[in-house]
Design a protein around this ligand. Sequence first.
Ligand code: ADP
Ligand code: MG
Length: 633
Amino acid sequence: MTVEAHKETRGFQTEAKQLLHLMIHSLYSNREIFLRELVSNASDAADKLRFKAVSDDSLYEGDSDLKIRIGFDKDAKTITVTDNGIGMNREEVIENLGTIAKSGTAAFLEQLSGDQKKDSQLIGQFGVGFYSAFIVADKVVVTTRKAGTPANEAVRWECSGEADFTIENTEQAERGTSIELHLKDDALEFADHWRLRSIIKKYSDHISLPIVMQKPASTDDSDEKTPEDETINTATALWTRSRSEITDEEYKEFYKHISHDFEDPVSWSHNRVEGKLDYTSLLYLPARAPFDLYNRDAARGLKLYVQRTFIMDDAEQFLPLYLRFIKGVVDSNDLSLNVSREILQKDPNIDNMRTALTKRALDMLNKLAKNEPEQYASFWKEFGQVLKEGPAEDHANKDKIAKLLRFSTTHTDKPEQDQSLDDYISRMQDGQDKIYYIAAENFNTAKNSPHLEVFRKKGIEVLLLCDRVDEWLMSHLMDYDGKQLQDVGKGELDLGKLDSEDEKKEQEKVAEELKPLLERVKAALSDKVEDVRLTHRLTESPACVVVPEHEMGAQMRRILEAAGQKLPESKAIFELNPEHPLVQKLNGETSDERFNDLASVLFDQANLAEGAHLEDPAAYVQRLNKLLLELSH
Ligand code: ADP
Ligand code: MG
């Protein structure tokens, strides 16, 4: 057999170059992780081969004993990581080792600040993978042959620097990939049996296939014996072991292996289910949101195994969308080895597993919230917005999810979302039977809304909502713990038992007196308002606008309109504060022109205070200036 070499030199993609440079220079303090990354890739390659061989076992080429071999040569200053996994063909080598095709790379690079310290933390989140070889090596040679291809179609990839790499065809009898690291002078310490062994133990013990090394040659007279191999790791799938035998460190390393994340997970939940269904799951809560969390097409889901055989990444059928940040594995003993995504979608057993796994994930969050509130707070910052999608998607777990929600409220008046509905309920006043909230475009608009005046005066707490999903969330939540959730900007204000009988009598009397005023205002603003009425929700402001009880909230409306949706026109209800001097002035106004101007100005101001845009701002300014000029006369 002859080999046509087709040697060519190729430049790295600009982004890859930039990232490569950064990684190599910012990970200096933890150089040993290069081995973890290479072993992790070798293990993935074995998983992929096993999976393909389920339907075509000729791919094993007579050797189904999959393993990873680590070797080193002190004199040649090299370390070699070899696997007999799936291997790569020429295109795959170029695709996988010449570009950084991870989703979000561009977004990631945009976030870099140029500040070494900050950037190295960011890199940590991104994960370095194969390129971590260059932390310790100044030259890397990859020789690989894809399972099922002829020996002379192997590929040799070589790279000694940040600019370019060469690729050529070569011959290799064994299937799989061998990675040869030519160590930098300052990294020679790694070409050592005990050092390599301890790194494998530390980071790769959980890898389910054997990682073998040659036993070190002993110094006594056993020269002629051929060196023996030794398996360094435990080499059983971590999730099959019992919880009590697995250390936290092992759980964490396993997480990094399956998630390709660089940071420790916040917590995990490992369970075996036996009975009608038989499966094991290991779910992890990551510390940080990926860059593509809000990209609905981004990969999500669990790694699926069937009887210890890897089947697929990103099996999304096992968790709902609002828990898409959860990582982990599920290993089923019931599914068939050639299960496909289509089959998963139809299998009713998958629904049962999904229900159970959803419950596990929510329980894990609940436990974190209870036992480690600080950790939970940082979880909320990263993923709270996603969890807020929950009540709409998963009605059955609405109450469980609601318990996990965190809000800003008038109790703290801070933008931090750190108060739960239970916190709110514990502070409710005697006679209060509703949970009040206000939704606005941003925190300050919510916090300073005139709608809150009476609540502040009476010391009643109100949730301050300003995230885009909030009104959507509230419209699905409806109630919590038997208490209705009430938008204070919607419908007639009814404080129920929170208003005293005397207050109510007084309000009725005033309403009777001011009837003519309301009729007059209604006539003046007839094309803009649905109705005009008196209000007792204001103490400082002269007026406010309210959304009719059964209509969409103002904030939701703005979002939908901004997204280009055509909505039926809705007129607001205009409410006047009878105690306010401007309203009293309006009541005594005899000039129709001035009455109309003042009424219009009050109406426009009420809209401005809500964060709304005026239809005719210039007219507002003119009227206001006219009134100001009269003041100075
Ligand atoms: P990741 O493992 O997160 O996908 P890496 O940078 O570690 O990213 O690896 C890039 C890609 O290179 C892998 O996805 C895989 O396709 C390929 N690859 C790396 N090492 C091997 C190997 N030993 N055998 C087969 N393919 C490999
Ligand atoms: Mg990898």
